[in-house]
Design a protein around this ligand. Structure first.
Ligand SMILES: CC(=O)[C@@H](O)[C@H](O)COP(=O)(O)O
Length: 256
């Protein structure tokens, strides 16, 4: 599998994961290890960064896992910058998943506050991974201010609806000069494979793994789907045709 580079890190796995909604910290750890994910996001509001025995952080301590603190819970750019600085101090990482979604019903990201915060955080030396709507114009603006990737949503967080923003994801992937990570709403391994086949550089999945009846098995299924999607992407998909084209009456091989 070809690797993915973001800032100073190289990833073998294109499946990024989250830590919420698992029924126990042991199950969370087992599922994340089964996923072979190397970048795992954790909400700063959920961990006690002062406590070296914090249950979540302890169960994420593994050589393969890079922690990606996220700013979930903040309402504006000012709070996001503060949260990121806190995370950098406490978790000793300058990587931050920037999430500003003040509306609790749909959890849709605030594009204006996100752009303001991203610009500020880049200036402060952060590797910024912004969670945003699948807005091609906003993605370009974020790239211009120096974010190391963009994270457009497939559907609202936790909805498991899949790639509802497909047409716009295609434009974003076509235009982007930074990695595109489809984040949120991915409800099944086939959704993840579809995003990767499309050319997304990675996906981030939380709910679909954590709330399945068997999170370890589901994490495995996502791992395989993402791998399959990437192999298919590299192999180049056959073109979609408007009309039927017979497969069998070939008299010889195309190149002979
Ligand atoms: C954990 C995290 O970062 C979520 O905000 C993320 O967007 C995942 O969404 P799903 O839970 O829909 O996979």
């Amino acid at each position: 599998m070809d690797t993915l580079r973001i800032a100073d890190k190289e990833f073998s796995s294109r499946l990024f994961t989250g830590t919420g909604k698992f029924s126990s910290s042991v199950l969370m750890r087992d599922a994340l290890l089964a996923s072979e994910s190397e970048l795992v996001t954790v909400a700063l509001k959920r961990v006690d960064v002062q406590n070296e025995n914090d249950d979540i952080l302890n169960h994420l301590s593994h050589e393969r896992i890079n922690l990606l603190p996220n700013t979930s819970g903040v309402r504006n750019a000012k709070e996001a910058v503060f949260a990121a600085q806190l995370a950098r101090e406490a978790l000793e990482t300058n990587w931050i998943k920037l999430e500003i979604h003040p509306d609790p019903k749909y959890l849709l990201p605030d594009p204006i506050e996100t752009l303001i915060a991203a610009e500020e955080l880049v200036k402060l030396g952060f590797v910024v991974m912004p969670y945003i709507h699948a807005d091609p114009v906003l993605c370009k603006r974020l790239e211009e201010v120096g974010t190391q990737c963009v994270m457009p949503l497939g559907a609202p967080i936790g909805s498991n609806k899949g790639l509802k923003t497909l047409d716009f994801l295609e434009i974003i992937i076509d235009q982007s000069n930074v990695p595109v990570i489809v984040d949120a709403g991915i409800g099944s391994p086939s959704h993840a494979a579809q995003a990767i086949e499309l050319g997304a550089d990675a996906v981030l999945v939380n709910t679909a793994i954590a709330v399945s009846q068997d999170p370890v098995a589901m994490a495995n299924a996502f791992r395989m789907a993402v791998e399959a999607g990437r192999i298919a992407y590299n192999a180049k998909l056959a073109p979609i045709k408007k009309h039927a084209e017979a497969s069998s009456p070939l008299t010889s091989f195309l190149n002979e």
